[in-house]
Design a protein around this ligand. Structure first.
Ligand code: NAD
Length: 457
């Protein structure tokens, strides 16, 4: 039996030692849920929705306990863990409200000799290979609609959020989701690859572009659905038509720094029109200096440690690279001399696209701010990326925003807001940011397959 340690990133202490799955145990879990899936699919959708309703109730009852587990294992401030749980409950409420409508049979032709309808059938057993940065949010995007759709799920939480994965499993079982319908698979990439060795009926992945591409290649030969929610290098453009620069700088800062920048749709590049650039930088810095970096379990902390130790060196390298190429480090940018993976957020001005910080996903507390002279220049820079998750524009001029956002090749665009996900809208990345979408009606239909009925008689 192999084990792995769950480390508290704020203290570097071992929180738990967990048993890692082996190829054999993953196979056994697969055999178990394969049998259970058909029975689950035979239950009416409304009953499956009821089980999810109970799960939602338990999330509410246990919110404080779950938030603490999450903060301890990934290092996010307690209030952000609570926010995440509440956000996940909001998404679940969407699925509870809308799933039956999107899964019921649709009659297209009801008159004449040949009647026609569409039914929506589950895929079978699906893998949910997940990330650690928002384990509840990215988890519920997949396993909730998958279960409601009548599928069985092999859920692999990230090795950095395994305790949360186990808590989710226990609550699902208490809600009435059978053990032979939902199983957790624990471990890192090697364990994830065991799932790729199995003949599953769909693969739903949230994580890095590198792993996502590898998964897409492996799944291609199976000819089953493969959805990828990957990273981003999301731009935000502040035009010269903004009325309240402090408010815009505060919103941009939050987009950069929320969850320590470890958000797929974090603001990763800021472009500011030259007419407001100096004022924006002043306000941004003033507000950044007020953020409290510290113990995630202390109320009032804004920024905890990074979740993964490796990411510290990666971000500090980006800062160094930018400085070497002429950027100015105007704030932070160093590891704090204390236990834990704490870093003072780094603000770089005078950046350009020769610098890694404006090209590679940072996924951490660092931002480059670049001055631009026109909308055209801003658009060219915003589009200069292999990613396509989100893009934001701040301006009081609606037509200008519309004109700018139409040019973005991203799954999501924001006018006077950023770093935001809504259950009503499809969540999808283009280019290197992913394939397929979750949430909205398309995120319900993503876990079923249509059957076309031609009916005579
Ligand atoms: P990661 O790619 O390192 O790991 C993701 C998952 O894949 C983990 O469960 C991991 O164990 C597993 N894995 C790793 N190698 C594997 C392999 N060879 N075969 C099968 N599984 C394997 O990513 P991460 O560090 O957990 O997450 C951070 C990334 O996720 C960032 O790039 C972020 O932008 C992205 N993300 C995207 C979204 C979105 O909605 N687009 C949401 C959250 C996170």
């Amino acid at each position: 039996m192999s084990t792995f340690n769950v480390i508290n990133p704020a203290t570097e202490e071992v929180l738990a030692q967990l048993e890692e799955d082996s190829a054999a145990s993953v196979q056994e879990k697969f055999e178990l849920v394969k049998k259970g899936q058909q029975e689950w699919a035979a239950i009416p959708v409304a009953e499956r929705v009821n089980a999810i309703r109970r799960f939602d109730g338990l999330l509410g009852e246990e919110l404080e306990k779950l938030a603490k587990i999450l903060s301890e294992e990934v290092g996010k401030p307690l209030q952000q863990s609570r926010n995440e749980l509440n956000g996940a409950r909001g998404r679940i409420a969407f699925f509870i409200q809308h799933s039956e409508k999107w899964l019921e049979d649709e009659w297209l032709v009801t008159e004449g000799a040949t009647k026609e309808r569409i039914s929506y059938e589950p895929l079978g057993v699906i893998a949910n290979i997940s990330a650690w940065n928002y384990p509840y949010l990215v988890g519920v995007n997949v396993f909730i609609p998958a279960l409601i759709g009548g599928n069985a799920v092999l859920y692999k939480p990230s090795e950095f959020s395994s305790l949360t994965g186990l808590a989710i499993r226990d609550l699902l079982y208490r809600s009435g989701i059978p053990q032979n319908v939902f199983q957790v698979v624990l471990g890192g990439g090697k364990v994830g690859s065991y799932l790729l060795d199995l003949p599953l009926n769909g693969y739903y992945f949230t994580g890095s572009n590198k792993t996502g591409k590898l998964i897409a290649q492996r799944v291609a030969e199976k000819l089953v659905p493969c959805q990828l929610e990957l990273g981003g290098k999301d731009p935000l453009y502040v035009t010269d038509e903004v009325t309240d620069i402090d408010q815009v700088a505060g919103a941009a800062l939050e987009g950069v720094i929320y969850n320590n920048g470890q958000s797929c749709c974090a603001v990763e590049r800021i472009y500011v029109h030259e007419k407001v650039y100096d004022r924006f930088i002043d306000s941004f810095l003033q507000q950044a200096k007020a953020l409290k970096v510290g113990d995630p379990l202390t109320e009032g902390t804004d920024i905890g440690p990074l979740t993964r130790k490796d990411q510290l060196a990666f971000i500090l390298d980006q800062v160094q690279d930018a400085q070497t190429k002429g950027a100015t480090l105007v704030y932070g940018g160093y590891r704090m001399q204390q236990p834990g993976y704490f870093m003072m957020p780094a603000v770089l001005s005078g950046v350009n696209h020769s610098m890694r910080v404006m090209q590679e996903e940072s996924f951490g507390p660092v931002i480059g701010i670049q001055k631009v002279g026109s909308d055209q220049e801003a658009v060219e820079l915003m589009k200069d990326t292999s990613y396509g998750l989100t893009a934001a524009v701040y301006t009081s001029n609606k037509e200008r925003a519309d004109q700018l956002l139409r040019q973005m090749n991203t799954g999501t665009v924001y006018w006077n807001c950023c770093d935001r996900v809504s259950a009503n809208l499809p969540w999808s990345g283009r280019k290197d940011s992913g394939l397929g979408s979750t949430l909205s009606f398309s995120g319900i239909r993503a876990f079923v397959q249509p059957k076309s009925w031609h009916l005579r008689g």
